[in-house]
Design a protein around this ligand. Sequence first.
Ligand SMILES: [Zn+2]
Length: 199
Amino acid sequence: MALHAKPIDQLVEALAKLPGIGRKTASRLTFHILRSSLSEAQALARAILDVKEKIRLCSICFNLTDEDPCQICKDERRNKGILCVVEGSNDLIAIENTGEFSGKYHVLHGTISPLEGIGPEDIKIKELMERLHQEKVGEVILATNPTVEGGATALYITDLIKPLGIKVSRIAYGIPMGGEIEYSDGMTLSKALEGRREV
Ligand SMILES: [Zn+2]
């Protein structure tokens, strides 16, 4: 039973596919967009297309970027000798927002998860090892989430890095078990970085 005109149903349908958005919210958003001005609606549509068309992965650290290399990799003032390994770009942003870390990053884009069929070759581990062979890195901080997968991934990477004689540490202090870096407040995160332990 079609209650609304087709374009309305289509937008509700599309919005309802987004994570955390149920049909009720999708419908509320749709009517909000209907009430907004044409230029506001165009800006929203353009912003959605822009992230798809302009954002890609940095060829060095694999952060999401609209320029390659990304701003962080290009920044000469940052400490090239220390590399912080994170699961995703959101974690990078959270750590960056603490203002406590001035080294470089490496974004894995996931964790090893045998249950979901995600192996080491499915995330950017090979690329990390290539960097460690090419760049002069003295320390790697493993800032994966304190989850089973995050821990397993950190352990796997530690075993690969140790033979290279590079110091490996893992953030531990302050982040609750099962917690997520992305949602940790700045204070907790800076403490976690500060209290990293060599592994
Ligand atoms: Zn980069």
